[in-house]
Design a protein around this ligand. Structure first.
Ligand code: ZN
Length: 224
């Protein structure tokens, strides 16, 4: 079930207040329109009715695609992140019947992300039918190649998306804005998936799958 609340928003520019609907729980099977609003960012953005100032509204949101067995906790901030990880440890993501069983074995993909960009990226990766763990490894590899071949292209993140033709691409991000993109070829994805299969089998049940997960897992594998 989706869950909504009304939050009073104060404009940082003019100080006027207005009510905004926030969604701490989103169930895309019951409320398909919410999926589009997460993807567009509309669920986390409002405009001051007095002065027109765009305002980002940051709040934790549990995003659930029942049919696709995907549960992503958008947990902005350290405290929200700890709460989200604890909730999964206590059996969130598994149904009542499955509780006590390993949710991963039932095919549920449980993730915790710290930013709206990361939430939107996870949705795009799963929608493309890809494994986010393989995509993250590709990002680390392609990212370090880019840093060598194009030292002028300073980026702080790479974000996966599908272009209009359905091809996977990585957007080069700087301070939250995409300024260029590079292809993520299907054959590279496949090759990386095969090469790192053992690593993914061993460390891939983590809830936070990001570049840090890749680096930590590679390190651990190297030390064993
Ligand atoms: Zn205002």
């Amino acid at each position: 079930m989706s869950e909504r609340e009304i939050q009073r928003i104060k404009c940082p520019k003019c100080g006027a207040e207005h009510d905004f609907e926030i969604w701490p729980r989103v169930n895309t099977d019951l409320d398909p329109i919410l999926k589009d609003k997460v993807k567009s960012g509309e669920l986390f953005r409002t405009v001051c009715p007095s002065c027109g100032q765009p305002i980002d509204v940051v709040y934790p949101c549990l995003y659930h695609e029942m049919e696709n067995r995907i549960m992503i906790y958008y947990a902005p901030g350290e405290k929200a992140m700890q709460d989200a990880l604890a909730a999964f440890d206590e059996g969130l993501g598994a149904t009542e019947k499955e509780r006590g069983l390993d949710a991963a074995k039932k095919g549920y993909r449980n993730r915790v992300v710290g930013s709206l960009y990361d939430l939107q990226e996870k949705i795009a990766i799963f929608e493309a039918g890809l494994d986010d763990r393989i995509v993250e490894i590709c990002k680390v590899m392609i990212g370090s190649e880019l840093q060598e071949s194009r030292p002028d292209a300073v980026f702080d993140d790479l974000l996966f998306y599908q272009d209009k033709g359905g091809e996977g691409r990585l957007a080069l991000m700087r301070e939250g804005n995409a300024f260029a993109s590079i292809s993520l070829p299907g054959d590279i994805y496949k090759e990386v998936g095969e090469r790192f299969k053992a690593l993914i089998d061993r460390y891939g049940d983590a809830k936070v799958i990001d570049m840090q997960w890749v680096l930590t897992s590679v390190n651990r594998a190297g030390n064993e």
